[in-house]
Design a protein around this ligand. Structure first.
Ligand code: SAM
Length: 329
C-alpha cells in the first residue's frame, strides 16, 4: 500500500486549495510510522467495522485499510469538511483500489452521528480534532453500544486526563465520564513533527476497551450532572461543591452521607462508582436524579445539562466557562 507521505499530503492539499484550519483541528499526519502505529493498536479483526473520525486527506485511513486488508472488515469514515470528504474516495481508489468497496465516507459531524447513518461500528480509530476530542469520544461511546474498543490520538494533556484515576492531579470530569464507559490507557507519545501544519501541542495515543458501567439505579445523565458539579469547583469539598446541585450545603451533606461518601472529600478522590452512589442517593433523598433524563442519548446534552426550571436550585458551572471545550467536559 502506498501510504501518504509529506509530499503527497501537500500535493493533495494544494490541488484542492485546502488551507488547514485550527477551528477544525486540521493537522494532517505526514509520517507513515505514526499511522501504522495507530492502525496496529486498533488491531482490526475479521468482521470489524472500523469507525474513523476526521479522516482528513486519508493518512490514517490508508494505514487502517492496509492493516485490515487480509480480513473481512469494513471502514466508515466521518469527515465534517465536505471538500476532504469528497476527495477521500478518489485517494482510496488511487492507492487501494481493491479495498475501495469496503469504505463508506460520510460528510458529517462526528458529534451528532448515530446508528442510522453509520451502522454498528466495533472499533474506533482516529486522529481527533484537538478542540473536541473528549466530547467526540463520549458521544460515540454513548451513541454506539457496539463500539467495543478504540485508539485515538489527542492533545497530550487531554490524553493524560482521559486516562487518569482518582487521586491524580489531572483526574477530572473527562476521566470520570470516560470511566463510565471504558477502561483507558496511554498507548504512546507522538512528536508534533509528524504533522502538517506542525501544531503547538504534543500528542498522545489513548487506547480504550469498553466495560460495563457501575451498577446503579441512577441514569448516566444524572451521574454526569454530579460529576460536572463536583469538578466545577474542584478545590472545594464535596459538601460545598455540590451545594448548588443539591440546593444547599446541608442538603449536599445529607445526600453524601446517605451515599456513604465523606462530605469533606473532594471530587478528585472519587471513582465513577462513587459518583453513581451520590446520584442514586440524591434520587432517594431529594429527588434530583430522576429529573430531566431526556439526555440519556449522549454526553453532548449531558455537558449542557445545567438544570433549569422551577425546581433547579442554582446554575451549575458549564463546561465552557473559561475553559477550552475539550478540557472542560
Ligand atoms: N486523520 C487525518 C490525519 O491523521 O492526517 C486528519 C486528522 S485532523 C487532526 C482532524 C480531522 O477531523 C480533520 O480532517 C477535520 O476536518 C476533521 N474534523 C474536525 N471536526 C470534526 C467533526 N466534528 N466531525 C468529523 N470530522 C471533524
Amino acid at each position: 500500500m502506498r501510504l501518504l507521505g509529506a509530499g503527497d499530503v501537500r500535493e493533495i492539499a494544494s490541488r484542492l486549495g485546502i488551507k488547514p484550519t485550527k477551528r477544525l483541528g486540521q493537522n494532517f499526519v505526514v509520517e507513515q510510522g505514526t499511522v501504522r502505529q495507530i492502525a496496529a493498536l486498533a488491531a482490526p479483526r475479521p468482521g470489524d467495522v472500523i469507525l474513523e473520525v476526521g479522516p482528513g486527506l486519508g493518512s490514517l485511513t490508508l494505514a487502517l485499510l492496509e492493516a485490515a486488508a487480509d480480513m473481512e472488515a469494513r471502514l466508515v469514515a466521518v469527515e465534517i469538511d465536505p471538500v476532504l470528504a469528497g476527495e477521500l474516495p478518489r485517494t482510496i481508489a488511487a492507492r487501494a483500489p481493491k479495498l475501495a468497496d469496503r469504505v463508506d465516507v460520510l460528510a458529517a459531524d462526528a458529534l451528532t452521528v448515530g446508528e442510522p447513518e453509520v451502522g454498528k461500528p466495533t472499533v474506533l480509530a482516529a486522529n481527533l480534532p484537538y478542540n473536541v476530542g473528549v466530547p467526540v469520544v463520549l458521544h460515540l461511546l454513548a451513541a454506539f453500544p457496539s463500539l467495543a474498543r478504540g485508539v485515538v490520538m489527542v492533545q497530550a494533556e487531554v490524553a493524560d486526563r482521559m486516562c487518569a484515576g482518582p487521586g491524580s492531579r489531572v483526574y477530572g470530569a473527562p476521566s470520570a465520564k470516560l470511566a463510565w464507559f471504558a477502561a483507558a490507557r496511554l498507548a504512546g507519545t507522538v512528536p508534533r513533527s509528524v504533522f502538517w501544519p506542525v501544531p503547538n501541542v504534543d500528542s498522545r495515543l489513548v487506547a480504550f476497551t469498553r466495560r460495563d458501567p457501575p451498577v446503579t439505579s441512577a441514569s448516566r445523565a444524572a451521574v454526569f450532572r454530579v460529576i460536572d458539579a463536583a469538578f466545577g469547583q474542584r478545590r472545594k469539598t464535596l459538601r460545598a461543591a455540590l451545594a448548588g446541585w443539591a440546593g444547599s450545603p446541608a442538603e449536599a451533606e445529607r445526600v453524601l452521607r446517605a451515599a456513604g461518601v465523606d462530605p469533606g472529600a473532594r471530587g478528585e478522590q472519587l471513582t465513577v462508582a462513587e459518583f453513581a452512589l451520590i446520584a442514586e442517593a440524591a434520587d432517594g433523598e431529594i429527588g434530583l436524579s430522576d429529573r430531566d433524563d431526556s439526555d440519556r442519548a449522549g454526553p453532548r446534552q449531558d455537558q449542557s445539562s445545567a438544570r433549569s426550571g422551577p425546581a433547579a436550585p442554582g446554575r451549575l458551572p458549564r463546561p465552557g466557562d473559561g475553559l477550552s471545550r475539550d478540557l472542560a467536559v
